[in-house]
Design a binder for this molecule. Structure first.
Ligand code: SF4
Length: 450
């Protein structure tokens, strides 16, 4: 038995300890989310070390988000199964809920994509990274929704996490790259030999016997060792992406990756530094003034609709809000749509339209690196306010970006392994172009517009 198998079995044996840790995380989460929203806004002299609001902001957006995403790539969805406060609360609520069946509309495969896009957009409109009230509204609202879903559907499960959580789609994409996962030997499962352990409660409602890969599994360890068929094992980071042509899957993951994780998210990270955004706003403002329409230039919206903190000189006008929506949607169309078109062309050149989704998934490392770069820009910004120079950051960004592009190109080449000779090269050319398009987007943000 390897140390990984022992670790997986240990997670099952020490389920109680994991549950205790989950409640501690819930407690810390609640304190960091609720308390800062009740405190006055931090003054200009406030620092991380002496202001709870700034500290919570740094923990949520500077540490928690970027490193939860990184953990998906390193350990699979361990965060979901072991630490996520929202999942814990949803499962706890469902133990005391009505236990209804899951309606068809809840099972619709587009919720994680829609949820991710809408929360990203809304988060920018109310400046979720900067204000505690906004964070409470978005994160607290999501937690409340998770508990309500738990109270309604299927006792003791995590229906929210499986079908509705706005980040579950992103986590499922990134977990495909994890070098460890709970592997199931279906033959041994059917043989049902000893040890005969009690049936585990798989909270995200997975069919454990047919489990393939780390994408859906929350890595909670509850089924480790079941029927001697489930084991935590190491694998190549490329396995699950390269298996995509032989596995059934929905096109929603490709749509989420191209239009959401790559296109829309890039717009969300970029608009504050983009000269295109300023040009768009100036053009629309000039047009509005020339037509004597002045109300869109006023900042009269409440804080829960558009950022509104006049005491800090930080308020969005209706025009700002419109420009943010237009910029993010434009970015989704330009970068997501561009990649979509190029990868369709690649599949067409390869002579197999079904290759589109597997080729799209080869962009997962770049999508993940982009999210990490964008979110960690907040980490860097907050640390620089504290006086840290971080002169090495630009080089680290370049290394991460170049490494991710190289990884994607290699995956794309391998994904085309069944395509012969010149056609393989031709199809790969379009894969290279799609990577280049995303790379240019990030180059503009960190170097071109710097
Ligand atoms: S299959 Fe289910 S029970 Fe097993 S580790 Fe994954 S989430 Fe947990």
């Amino acid at each position: 038995m390897t140390w990984l198998q022992r670790l997986g079995d240990g997670m099952r044996r020490h389920g109680r300890l994991i549950r205790t840790v989950q409640w501690l995380v819930v407690l810390v989460y609640a304190v960091l989310l609720v308390l800062p929203a009740l405190l006055p806004l931090p003054g200009s002299q406030a620092r991380l070390v002496n202001n709870l609001t700034l500290l919570a902001q740094f923990i949520f957006w500077g540490l928690w988000w970027p490193f939860v995403l990184l953990s998906m790539v390193l350990f699979g969805r361990l965060w979901c199964g072991v630490l996520c406060p929202e999942g814990s609360l949803s499962e706890w609520a469902s133990q005391h809920g009505r236990g209804l069946g899951i309606p068809r509309w809840v099972r619709w495969g587009g919720w994680p994509t829609l949820g991710f896009c809408l929360t990203t957009l809304y988060g920018q409109l109310i400046s979720v990274y900067d204000y505690a009230q906004a964070a409470l509204l978005i994160l607290g609202g999501s937690t409340l929704a998770a508990m309500v879903v738990g109270l309604l559907f299927v006792r003791g499960k995590r229906v929210w996490c499986r079908y509705l959580c706005p980040v579950s789609g992103v986590f499922a994409l990134l977990a495909r790259l994890a070098p460890v996962h709970f592997a199931v030997d279906e033959q041994r499962w059917k043989a049902n030999t000893a040890p005969r352990l009690p049936l585990p409660n798989c909270a995200p409602l997975l069919d454990i016997r047919r489990l393939q890969g780390a994408s859906e599994c929350h890595a909670c360890g509850r089924c480790s060792g079941q029927r001697g068929a489930v084991q935590l094992i190491a694998r190549s980071c490329n396995t699950e992406i390269l298996q995509a042509p032989r596995q059934p899957g929905s096109e929603w993951d490709a749509r989420l990756l191209l239009f959401g994780v790559i296109g829309l998210a890039m717009g969300a990270f970029q608009w504050t530094v983009s000269p295109w955004f300023i040009a768009l706003k100036q053009t629309l403002a000039t047009w509005l003034v020339s037509h004597d329409w002045l109300w869109p230039l006023q900042d009269t919206a409440p804080w829960w609709l558009l950022t509104h903190y006049p005491q800090l000189n930080d308020s969005f006008s209706w025009l700002d809000g419109l420009c943010i929506v237009l910029y993010l949607c434009g970015s989704a169309l330009l970068f997501g749509g561009g990649c979509w078109l190029l990868l369709r062309l690649a599949a067409w050149v390869a002579g197999d339209r079904a290759l589109f989704r597997p080729l799209a998934l080869t962009l997962t490392p770049l999508g993940g690196a982009g999210l990490f770069l964008g979110l960690s820009a907040t980490t860097v910004k907050l640390l620089r306010y504290e006086g840290l120079g971080l002169g090495w950051v630009q080089s680290a960004r370049a290394v991460l970006l170049v490494g991710a592009v190289g990884w994607c190109l290699w995956l794309g080449w391998r994904q085309l392994r069944g395509v012969g000779g010149v056609l393989r090269g031709g199809a790969w050319f379009f894969v290279v172009l799609s990577n280049g398009l995303v790379g240019v987007g990030w180059w503009l943000q960190f170097w071109g517009w710097g």
